[in-house]
Design a protein around this ligand. Structure first.
Ligand code: NDP
Ligand code: HSE
Length: 425
C-alpha cells in the first residue's frame, strides 16, 4: 500500500466533484490500485464552501505556499480556473517537485510549453485529461493509444454549455437566454460564459487536442473561431427543414503538412452520429490512417464527470515512476514544416433576403458561378417586401464564399446575406 497526500486548489464545481470521488471511492482505489489517497490540504477563497464538504479546519490551507512547503504532498490538483494566480501557483508546485493535475484548458492552451518546461525543471508531471471533453478520456487516447496512427482528422462537439444551449433551443424551442441560465445553474458554463458561447473554450480545447493529434504545437491563436451568439431560431428551423442539426463543431484536419483548425456553428446531417449528441454530452470523431474511425462520447462538463477525469490523472501520476512530457518540440510555435490554412473547403448554407423581382435569382447564380461556387440546392420563399433565398453549395473554398457574399450584397442595397453556416459533409 502506498500513501499519497494530495491538495486541491479551488473546491468549486470540478474541485468539489474531485473531492467527492477521492473520499467516496477511497477504499475502492485502495483495493484496486493499492493507493491510500489522503486530501491533506484544500485552498479556496470561499471558506464556507470548503466547510460544506465537511473538510476539517486543519486541512484548510491559508496560502499556496503552505501547500508548496508541505513535504508530504506529492500531487496538487488545480481547479480554480483562469490564468492568474493559477499559473503562478502551479509553477510554485512544480518547482517544489509536486506533480500537478489541472482542468484548466485556458491555461494549458496559452502556457503549456512554459509550464511543461517548469515541470521538467522541478522533475514533476503536468497532467490535464480534464481540460478537454470533461469525463471523456480523449487526451490519454491520443497520447497513448493512437501512437500507431497518423491522425487525419478530429471532428467534435467539445463544449458542453453551447451543446446544451443549442440542444434546448432545437429540441424544446427554449430561448437562448433561458438555456444559458440552465447551463450555468448545472455548473457547465465557465465563470464568464462568453468563453463558452463565443467559442473560446472550444478553441482552447481544440488547440490542445490538435497539438496532441498532429504532433506539433498548435497555439490557440491559430484556431479559427466563431461562437453561437449569431445562431437564430430561423437557422435552426431552416436546418431542420433541410435535414440538419446545428452544432458548435471543433474541426482539426491534417493533410500532409497542411493543417486546418476551426471552431464554428455547423449544420450536421441528421443521420451523422454527432447529430444525436445532445445536452451536456460531447463527442469527438477521430480518424487515423490505420485505426480508421473512432468516436469518443460522454459528458463534456459537470462536477462528477470532470472530477472523474481529474482523479484518473491523480491515480496515473501516483503510479508513474517518471513524469510524462510531450513527445514533440513543445516550444509554443507551429513546427516549421506545418502550414496552417485558413482557406478551408466546406459545403455552405447561405440565406439572403433579396428584392423579389425578375432576374434576381439569376444575378445571384452568376455571382456564385464567377467565384467557382457550385449550387446544390436552392429554396425561395416570399418575404415581406422581398424574398428569402437559401442556397446549399457543393464543397467550396471559404475565400470564394466570402467573395460571393460581398458581391451579392454589392449588387443591390436590398440584398443582405442573413445567414452563412458551414455544413459537415
Ligand atoms: P468554479 O468557479 O465552480 O470553482 C472554482 C473555485 O476556485 C471556486 O470555489 C473559487 O472561489 C475558487 N478560486 C478561484 N480563484 C481562487 C484563488 N485565487 N484562490 C483560491 N480559490 C480560488 O469553477 P469550475 O469548477 O467550474 O472550473 C474550474 C476549472 O475547471 C476551470 O479551469 C474550468 O475551465 C475547468 N473545467 C470546468 C468544467 C465544468 O464543467 N465546470 C469542466 C472541465 C473543466 P470563488 O467562487 O469564491 O471565486
Ligand atoms: N465550460 C465548459 C463546457 C466546461 O461547457 O464545456 C467543460 O470544459
Amino acid at each position: 500500500m502506498k500513501k499519497v497526500h494530495v491538495a486541491i486548489m479551488g473546491i468549486g464545481t470540478v474541485g468539489g466533484g474531485t473531492y467527492e470521488i477521492l473520499t467516496k471511492n477511497h477504499d475502492f482505489m485502495l483495493k484496486n490500485h493499492g493507493i491510500d489517497f489522503c486530501v491533506k490540504k484544500v485552498l479556496d477563497k470561499n471558506l464556507e464552501r470548503i466547510a460544506s464538504f465537511g473538510i476539517p479546519e486543519n486541512a484548510v490551507a491559508s496560502s499556496a505556499d503552505e501547500i508548496a512547503n508541505d513535504e508530504d504532498i506529492s500531487i496538487v490538483i488545480e481547479t480554480m480556473g483562469g490564468v492568474e494566480p493559477a499559473k503562478s501557483f502551479i509553477e510554485k508546485m512544480l518547482l517544489a517537485g509536486k506533480s500537478v493535475v489541472t482542468a484548466n484548458k485556458e491555461l494549458i492552451s496559452k502556457h503549456w510549453p512554459s509550464l511543461e518546461a517548469t515541470a521538467k525543471k522541478g522533475g514533476a508531471g503536468l497532467y490535464f485529461e480534464a481540460s478537454c471533453v470533461g469525463g471523456v478520456p480523449i487526451i490519454r487516447a491520443l497520447e497513448e493509444s493512437l501512437q500507431a496512427n497518423h491522425v487525419n482528422s478530429l471532428v467534435g462537439i467539445i463544449n458542453g454549455t453551447t451543446n446544451y444551449i443549442l440542444s434546448k433551443m432545437t429540441e424544446e424551442g427554449m430561448s437562448y437566454a433561458d438555456a444559458l441560465k440552465e447551463a450555468q445553474q448545472l455548473g457547465y458554463a465557465e465563470f464568464n460564459p462568453t468563453a463558452d458561447v463565443e467559442g473560446f473554450d472550444a478553441s482552447y480545447k481544440l488547440s490542445i487536442l490538435s497539438s496532441l493529434a498532429f504532433h506539433t504545437c498548435i497555439p490557440g491563436t491559430k484556431v479559427y473561431r466563431e461562437g453561437i451568439t449569431n445562431v437564430t431560431k430561423a437557422d435552426i428551423k431552416a436546418g431542420k427543414e433541410l435535414g440538419y442539426v446545428i452544432k458548435l463543431l471543433a474541426i482539426g484536419k491534417r493533410h500532409g503538412n497542411d493543417v486546418e483548425v476551426r471552431v464554428h456553428p455547423t449544420f450536421v446531417p441528421q443521420s451523422h452520429p454527432l447529430a444525436g449528441v445532445s445536452g451536456s454530452f460531447n463527442a469527438v470523431f477521430v480518424n487515423g490512417d490505420f485505426v480508421d474511425d473512432l468516436m469518443f462520447y460522454g459528458r463534456g462538463a459537470g462536477s462528477r464527470p470532470t472530477g472523474s477525469a481529474i482523479v484518473s490523472d491523480v491515480v496515473y501520476a501516483a503510479k508513474r515512476t517518471s513524469p510524462l512530457y510531450s513527445d514533440f518540440e513543445n516550444n509554443g510555435e507551429v513546427s516549421p514544416e506545418i502550414n496552417i490554412s485558413t482557406d478551408f473547403t466546406s459545403k455552405y448554407y447561405l440565406s439572403a433576403s433579396v428584392k423579389d423581382a425578375p432576374g434576381v435569382l439569376a444575378s445571384l447564380a452568376t455571382v456564385f458561378a464567377k467565384n467557382n461556387v457550385s449550387i446544390e440546392t436552392v429554396l425561395q420563399r416570399g418575404g415581406v417586401g422581398g424574398a428569402v433565398v437559401c442556397f446549399l453549395t457543393h464543397p467550396a473554398k471559404e475565400s470564394d464564399i466570402r467573395k460571393s457574399i460581398a458581391e451579392i450584397e454589392e449588387l443591390d442595397d436590398e440584398n443582405k446575406v442573413v445567414s452563412f453556416i458551414r455544413v459537415l459533409s
